[in-house]
Ligand binder design. Structure first.
Ligand code: ZN
Length: 472
């Protein structure tokens, strides 16, 4: 709210300007006049200085998207419900590329300017700390993917009959205005209107489809808090299968019409992976599960919440990996991107554990296989010498160290603290941080608490020291 005019300042106003300033600066008057300041343009993640924004916490995204695959035309309305965490005079949203036509805060027109990926919004009135507000953005255009050297294209990817969206790490803002950082999770409603005959799959659970004339609207709700990079859409023509896991979680898998042969194995592997993972990591954290095989072949798959996207025909190891992320990454999310090994090291280790418990090599044997690779091995330098697992560097965060060296860190830990403490630790980590955000020091502290050992040296060697470890 704007500063209130007290009797005292009204009196002061009749005096000279300098007297008025003095009156405003007096302690009693200052207390009654909250200062409203701009929210920061980032959350302070040193890998992505402009990702996320300061001064508010998004509670819910309501995304109304009207999409025509033949022209890749997107016309959208996004309404975010957020709570101010400071007295806000203005705030930023992250939005790349697309054109904004109007912004309203609490239903009233707000001023906005674009500064690179920042959409800077100045509401007509300041937003008091603690108060919930809405910001509605009308926008649209021709959405395009973004890219990075280590993973290539991501964000909005066009397919012959539609598109899909996979956004790790900072691609959500290429298709909706967001607080695009995993430290601000929120619930989501996706209302996507497409030509009749085209389908839309997404995170969470589906409401009935509404068709009016030649267009159909699909509504999906993700009711469990989700990081923006895990928001997913798959638009096109799909065949789906439904079922349940052993514990009763509803399953919905889908495959593009040109990949339907892959649907049944994907469905079966999904159920098998979740049934096993619940025994090792604890109860599955979301209301439904599944997976989607898109109709084009790309290099990567992504653990989009509840329903990973597969860009190639996934073997069981890939399904185990992406679904392990539901525990490690999706419900327990990094607070800052340099800790990416907390996602990737754990999901990689899940593959090794799955092998161990299904007649394959033990996790120790897999550890030994990588540990004993000769210096002539193609990936030797990448794995051991170029970057660390615990701070792999922004442009190389999806290279081997957080994955393999991260997984090896967990095996080294298991060797030190024993199976009983190790498996108790995995379950406790998830149980304590469900729907939350975490950092590596928190994991180290929990490991020390459960094992009653000092583990600083082990983690320092394995996560933060370049070169192949020799003692730990
Ligand atoms: Zn992964």
């Amino acid at each position: 709210m704007p500063p209130r005019t007290s009797t005292r300042t009204r009196v002061a106003a009749s005096l000279t300007a300098s007297a008025c300033l003095l009156a405003v600066a007096s302690p009693a008057s200052a207390a009654a006049r909250p200062r409203f300041t701009p929210g920061a343009s980032g959350v302070g993640d040193r890998y992505f200085p402009l990702e996320g924004n300061g001064g508010y916490d998004v509670l819910h995204y309501d995304l109304g998207l009207d999409y025509t695959p033949s022209s890749n035309a997107l016309k959208a309305d996004a309404t975010l419900t957020a709570r101010a965490t400071q007295n806000l005079s203005r705030f930023d949203l992250d939005l790349k590329q697309l054109k904004v036509t109007s912004v309203k805060v609490n239903g009233k027109r707000a001023k906005f300017v674009r500064k690179g990926q920042e959409l800077v919004v100045t509401p007509a009135k300041g937003l008091p700390k603690g108060r919930t507000f809405t910001v509605a953005v009308a926008y649209g255009g021709d959405p395009k993917p973004v890219s990075r050297p280590d993973i290539g294209k991501f964000g909005w990817i066009k397919t012959p009959d539609g598109a899909y969206a996979v956004s790790e790490p900072d691609g959500a803002s290429s298709w909706f205005p967001s607080n695009d950082h995993p430290s601000d999770k929120a619930t989501y409603t996706f209302r996507v209107t497409v030509p009749k005959g085209t389908q839309v799959l997404s995170n969470g659970e589906q409401s009935p489809v509404v068709t009016r004339g030649s267009r159909s609207t699909f509504t999906w709700n993700e009711r469990t808090p989700m990081a923006s990079y895990l928001a997913m859409l798959a638009i096109g023509r799909y065949r789906t299968l439904t079922g349940r896991t052993k514990s009763g979680v509803p399953v919905l898998t889908g495959a593009a019409l040109n990949r339907t042969k892959e649907l049944k194995p994907l469905h079966e592997n999904t159920v098998k992976a979740i049934d096993w993972e619940e025994t090792v990591f604890g109860k599955y954290p979301f209301r439904s599960v599944g997976g989607i095989r898109v109709g084009v072949d790309v290099e990567f798959s992504l653990e989009t919440q509840g329903r990973p996207i597969y860009g190639f025909s996934p073997d069981v190891a890939t399904v185990v990996h992406e679904l392990a992320h539901q525990w490690f990454g999706d419900t327990v999310s990094v607070r800052r991107w340099p800790d990416i090994w907390l996602n990737e090291g754990f999901a990689t280790y899940a593959e090794w554990l799955y092998d161990e418990q299904h007649g394959g090599p033990t996790a120790q044997a897999t550890f030994d296989k990588y540990y004993n690779q000769p210096k002539t091995w193609k990936y030797y330098d990448q794995l051991w010498n170029r970057n660390t697992a615990g701070d792999p560097g922004a442009p190389t965060m999806f290279t081997l160290p957080p994955y393999y060296r991260g997984g090896m860190t967990l095996q080294a830990l298991r060797g030190r603290i024993g199976d009983k403490a190790f498996f108790a630790l995995l379950k406790a980590w998830v149980a304590q941080h469900r729907n939350g955000n975490v950092s590596t020091p928190e994991f180290v502290r929990l490991a020390e608490k459960i094992s009653h050992r000092n583990l600083d040296g082990l983690f320092k060697t394995w996560l933060y020291t370049k070169g192949k470890p020799t003692t730990w």
